[in-house]
Design a binder for this molecule. Structure first.
Ligand SMILES: C[S@@+](CC[C@H](N)C(=O)[O-])C[C@H]1O[C@@H](n2cnc3c(N)ncnc32)[C@H](O)[C@@H]1O
Length: 268
């Protein structure tokens, strides 16, 4: 597995919404998830927990979210953030182990969601990850994902070059190890036994997606805290500068990836 060094930095600075289109994409995802009363949800790769917290505080009904992440430092921050938001029930965070079964019974969840997690897996973990999601969903349950994927026609050579650069410099790949585009993703996921319900470009979904709720300012405060930390703590400021320099390489590159929401169902 990749070193995930960029994500460890994100944990150290308590950064949230670490995926294409950031906070706006999370707002759009929450609208697509459309949580219903008493639903049980699972977030895989919850990072610092802001998405799960936002989903919980913006639902005007009782729901329960379990959230897991492979990095213990992410889970630590997520628990701190839940305390910051004074969340006492309806949400639990725990560390998971990549490639291992998650500690829940078959059919435990109505909905399972994630943001930029499946595409960064090593090839050998891609199918087992999806089989685990299939096991954990109830029949008729859905998985909802925001994934950054390759555009059609991108060559294996380009994929290898970009992924190799990112793995070396930031500890995680840009997207899948093979040039899987939208159709490739649908085929790979349907092969496991899911059925595509719909998919959409994240860029198209975010225009009217901002969520308004009483705790919105707390998210801004938490985000600003992390930004200020990045500039004030010398070792983090240096790392931040290094990461920015490494990311500059992608600035003027022709577009090779797109971010897409997919919603798949486990047949009932
Ligand atoms: C791109 S980040 C997104 C985090 C969070 N959803 C957000 O938007 O800030 C992906 C997260 O997935 C976690 N992760 C990667 N592979 C995982 C796996 N197989 N199981 C659980 N977590 C994983 C990483 O540690 C990271 O926190």
């Amino acid at each position: 597995m990749a070193s995930l060094s960029f994500l460890k930095f994100a944990a150290a600075t308590n950064n949230g919404f670490i995926h294409a289109h950031g906070r706006k994409a999370t707002d759009a995802l929450i609208k697509i998830i459309d949580a219903q009363a008493d639903e049980r949800l699972l977030e895989i790769g919850c990072g610092t927990g802001f998405t799960a917290i936002k989903l919980l505080v913006s639902a005007d009904k009782k729901i329960h979210i379990d959230a897991v992440d492979a990095l213990p430092e992410m889970v630590r921050k997520a628990k701190q953030n839940a305390r910051f938001f004074r969340i006492r029930k309806g949400l639990s965070f725990q560390v998971s182990h990549i490639g291992e079964m998650l500690p829940y019974r078959d059919g435990s969840f109505d909905k399972i969601y994630w943001e930029s997690v499946l595409g960064i897996q090593d090839t050998e973990n891609f199918e087992p990850y999806l089989r685990e999601v299939l096991r954990l969903l109830q029949p008729g349950g859905t998985c909802i994902m925001n994934e950054t994927i390759w555009l059609p026609g991108i060559t294996q050579q380009t994929v290898d070059e970009l992924n190799q650069y990112n793995l070396e410099q930031l500890g995680l790949r840009n997207a899948t190890p093979t040039p899987m585009d939208r159709d490739g993703w649908i085929q790979a996921i349907e092969k496991i036994g899911f059925v595509l319900m719909h998919d959409k470009l994240v860029a198209d979904a975010i225009s009217n997606a901002t969520l308004d709720h009483p705790k919105e300012n707390l998210f801004l405060l938490a985000q600003w805290q992390s930004r200020i930390k990045k500039y004030l703590m010398p070792h983090l400021a240096l790392k931040n500068h290094q990461i920015k320099r490494k990311l500059r390489r992608f600035k003027n590159m022709p577009q090779v990836m797109e971010a897409r929401f997919f919603v798949f169902q486990k047949p009932g």
